[in-house]
Design a binder for this molecule. Structure first.
Ligand SMILES: Cc1cc2nc3c(=O)[nH]c(=O)nc-3n(C[C@H](O)[C@H](O)[C@H](O)COP(=O)(O)OP(=O)(O)OC[C@H]3O[C@@H](n4cnc5c(N)ncnc54)[C@H](O)[C@@H]3O)c2cc1C
Length: 407
């Protein structure tokens, strides 16, 4: 029966990075994945250019860009493997990259360059890769080889088992719940999962006026949650056929709970009440045309359809109606009917309960030699390269802690 110091299940971002580093440390590593294509999420990430990290992630406060039951858990790994560490690897491999905005770094040419870098590192480190290879069953073994994996290519023994199976998003490219099942099998708690970084859906009469605005985008500020515990994001909002998307919506979706209301400031850079009063004093334009100075025309028209008082000339509009208009524009309140689900979600919020893991090594506290890394853990990053940085950092923390059995 083949023996490995480490078996890693899942050859995505975290699994590949962990395998290469563990191999470099002289460990005998097997990396298994049931999908036929390697690292599909890296390939499709960042519009095909992979937003591989975020330069603004500060190792002391980095956990603020993450959610989960205890985002502080991520601090240790994030501070020991920083964006600068990953950038150095990208540079050593001659991969050109650029910053788009807000510290987000993308490969100039293609996400494939990042995948090639990880695969080359695995090859150089002597990692064995079995792909596609399904895992049928995992059993606890003996002291020297603590895990036995029943796979489509036979049974293998391993001293350490690293679970890097990611979350549930995009099942059609290989996402499964295997990681959560392995956790439960070995007695680790798992927090409830839900889609994150996902477009939101809206339905019903309230939504009808906006259903025809698909394709229209504008910068907004968006809030959800009660005032004190609430959170807000600035970014672009995109109208879709079934609701709203765009960076600001994706960010807020990770925090949104069913039934909760969103509040959107459609003109965050403008004192709308003052601007409307000024327009009233100086202009005879129809209100939709006034709004069209600041908003896309189709949205300005749809907005003014909401109230008969908002359709006439601005100089004839009552102060009360103008104040109401200003309030609705800076505090549009709406309740999503749901999300677009895992088929469209970039990440899964929730996962292996961090209380069951060591934050130094990612090892299960109750199960020697069992590690969980990457998105399968209850740590979810914001949009903008934070999820890959968590995958690299948690993989690095694990790889440094892995040991061969004593001889
Ligand atoms: C469309 C899209 C765009 C994204 N863009 C970005 C971005 O630009 N920047 C960013 O930071 N994050 C981005 N993300 C999120 C990022 O891709 C993930 O957070 C990251 O890939 C997680 O790494 P991981 O290794 O934990 O899991 P994954 O990369 O998902 O890898 C998990 C691996 O486990 C394998 N696996 C699953 N189940 C089994 C099983 N039963 N048996 C064997 N193998 C199994 C899968 O086939 C897969 O290869 C994006 C996600 C999506 C969906």
């Amino acid at each position: 029966m083949p023996y490995f110091d480490v078996a890693i299940v899942g050859a995505g971002a975290a699994g590949l990075f962990c395998a290469a580093q563990a191999g470099q440390r002289g460990l005998k590593v097997l990396l298994l994945d049931h999908a036929s294509r390697v690292a599909e999420k890296i390939r499709i990430s960042g519009g095909g250019r992979c937003n591989f990290t975020n330069r603004h992630l500060d190792s002391r406060t980095g956990h603020q860009h993450y959610l989960g039951q205890n985002p502080q858990f991520a601090r240790s790994a994030l501070s020991r493997f920083t964006p600068q560490n990953f950038i150095a690897l990208v540079q050593q491999n001659g991969i050109a990259f650029h910053e788009k905005h807000k510290g987000q770094l993308f490969a100039d040419h293609s996400a494939q360059d990042i995948i090639a870098m990880l695969l080359d590192a695995c090859d150089l480190a002597g990692v064995q890769r079995w792909q596609p290879c399904t895992i049928e069953k995992i059993e606890a073994g003996n002291t020297a080889s603590r895990y036995r994996l029943h796979t489509a290519r036979g049974i293998v023994q391993a001293h350490n088992l690293v679970v890097a199976t990611g979350g549930l998003s995009i099942p059609k490219i290989g996402a499964t719940d295997l990681g959560y099942r392995i956790a439960k099998q070995f007695g680790l708690p798992v927090t409830a999962q839900r889609p994150g970084l996902v477009p939101l859906r809206f339905a019903g009469e309230d939504w009808a006026p906006y259903a025809s605005l698909a394709g229209l985008a504008l910068p907004v500020r968006i809030h959800t949650g009660a005032k004190k515990q609430g959170i807000a994001f600035d970014g672009d909002l995109l109208f879709t056929h079934r609701g709203l998307s765009g960076p600001a919506i994706l960010q807020i979706s990770s925090y949104w709970q069913p039934g909760q209301r969103l509040r959107i400031d459609l003109l965050p850079q403008l004192d709308v009440a003052a601007a409307l009063q000024e327009a009233k004093a100086t202009s005879k334009k129809l209100l939709p045309n006034v709004l069209a100075q600041w908003l896309p025309t189709r949205l300005a028209d749809a907005w003014c359809q909401r109230h008969s008082a908002w359709q006439g000339p601005v100089n004839q509009c009552s102060d009360k109606a103008l104040a109401q208009l200003a309030d609705t524009l800076s505090g549009w309140q709406l309740t999503p009917s749901g999300t677009e689900g895992y088929a469209k979600a970039e990440v899964t919020v929730g996962g292996i309960d961090t209380r069951a893991l060591s934050q130094q090594s990612m090892e299960a506290k109750n199960q020697p030699g069992l590690f969980f890394i990457g998105e399968v853990v209850d740590i979810t990053g914001w949009l903008g390269g934070y999820n890959f940085q968590w995958a690299w950092a948690s993989a690095h923390a694990c790889a440094q802690a892995l040991e061969a059995p004593p001889t």
